[in-house]
Design a binder for this molecule. Structure first.
Ligand code: LLP
Length: 418
């Protein structure tokens, strides 16, 4: 366990969180480098029998230091914007290992990706196919393309993060995609290299993946009959993590093992785009208790982290463990842990059983994915510091500076009339 109590003091990767919190501004994100590299290497080990590429999904956590750690391990990247590509380049990532996903790529972003010779565009529509071909043609280059199939598979996850169902905006239905491959094969500035799908996120069962791969395999066969031969199959991301300490978790190893027989059948290179399963459990958000407020109905523990810092509970009703940084022997109480923002949705946890006092610290667990990357300046609050625990030295290093007042006003201040 990377998070545990030692003499009643919570430690993360052997770092005493009380001591560090007292020396730091709160809230802050803290990541464990070794958890990130362990997860990445578990994917590498599990995919060993395949010609494969792991394209870490940058949106899960795009901190440059984390991208750089993964780039050094040999990771490729799944991006959805020019900004993400810029970050991959800044972090020393190899653009030849980048796949570009997303339903709405702008011309500027496509040009930027073409200039950087990315591995592949995951195409989402006929319009996009034409645009990419035209832009590649203008530059006199060839764009590698794959089509994102919508396999119309139901997944058991929050509806906001299911992406492979019939009425979702993502992907192309199985019938239409065949004719798009035909069209693409006639376009001069494209090279067809693959096929892909991404059915959603926080999925804890292999069956929707198995059903999807079966459908994709049928398409691959139909395409081969039409003399369209692919190089890779990209199965997207989506593997879930356990947010409750005792929950059953589908491990990375079992996940890949269960898909392997079907993937082998394709004979294609395998690309995966994991985000959460690499970084999710590597991060905590530490926050200070500002007030304990009792109403006739409830006890509210008001902390200094709000939904601008961490929005998953507000947006998806996500339930994250919250641990006091000092564990007292005192009797626990049931409370809602809430932030300072002026919205009722601003909660970090409901009906949590814990004991804390004003001035104490708490750690919100499993926030490494879709934590900081969804943070905002709502209520004109600075986005927090980020730190990482170096896997060799076991010491803490800052990897992002908290914004200051100037950062937050500078892009507006210059427009004020003097
Ligand atoms: N590939 C594509 C095309 C994606 O859209 C995503 C995530 C991934 C890969 C990575 O999925 P993962 O392995 O992380 O499940 N903000 C939400 C999750 C949104 C996921 C968006 N797409 C949350 O906090 O749960």
């Amino acid at each position: 366990m990377s998070i545990s109590y030692n003499n009643n003091f919570l430690h993360f990767d052997n770092i005493n969180l009380k001591q560090f919190s007292e020396e730091s501004l709160t809230p802050y994100y803290l990541y464990s480098e070794s958890l990130i590299t362990d997860n990445f290497n578990t994917y590498v080990d599990s995919l060993r029998e395949f010609n494969h590429l792991i394209c870490y999904s940058v949106k899960a956590n795009s901190n440059l230091s984390i991208l750089s750690i993964l780039a050094k391990q040999g990771s490729g990247f799944d991006i959805v914007s020019g900004g993400e590509l810029q970050k991959v380049i800044a972090a020393g990532g190899d653009t030849k290992k980048v796949v570009f996903s997303g339903v709405g790529k702008t011309e500027e972003e496509i040009n930027y990706a073409l200039e950087n010779e990315i591995l592949c565009f995951n195409i989402e529509s006929n319009d996009e196919l034409i645009t990419i071909n035209n832009l590649a043609n203008k530059k006199g280059v060839t764009a590698n393309v794959s089509f994102r199939v919508n396999p119309e598979i139901n997944v058991d996850t929050h509806p906001y993060i299911a992406t492979g169902m019939k009425d979702n905006k993502f992907g192309i239905d199985e019938k239409t995609v065949i004719s798009l491959y035909d069209d693409a094969s006639k376009l001069d500035s494209l090279k067809i290299t693959g096929i892909d799908f991404h059915i959603g996120s926080q999925i804890n069962s292999t069956s929707p993946f198995i059903d999807s791969i079966k459908k994709i395999n049928n398409i691959v066969t139909v395409l081969a009959d039409r003399n369209i031969h692919l190089e890779h199959i990209d199965i997207g991301g989506g593997l879930g993590i356990s947010y409750e300490s005792n929950a059953n978790l589908l491990s990375i190893k079992n996940f890949i093992n269960e898909l392997s027989p079907l993937l082998s059948k394709t004979g294609l290179k395998v690309i995966v785009e994991p985000g959460r399963s690499i970084v999710g459990k590597s991060g905590i958000l530490v926050s200070k208790v500002l007030n304990i407020k009792s109403t006739p109905d409830k006890i509210f523990v008001v902390i200094d982290a709000g939904m601008n810092d961490f929005i998953r509970p507000a947006l998806y009703n996500a339930d994250h463990n919250i641990l006091p940084i000092v564990s007292y022997a005192s009797q626990k109480f049931i409370c809602d842990v809430v932030g300072p923002i002026c919205e009722t949705a601003d909660f970090m946890g409901k009906d949590k059983e814990l004991y804390v006092k004003t001035g104490d610290y708490v750690a919100i667990e499993d926030v490494g994915a879709y934590g900081f990357s969804l943070a905002s300046n709502y209520n004109v609050r600075p986005r927090p510091d980020e730190y990482i625990i170096n896997s060799d030295t076991k010491s803490i290093k800052k990897i992002r500076e908290r914004e200051d007042y100037n950062d937050m006003v500078k892009s507006e201040l210059k427009f004020l009339k003097t």
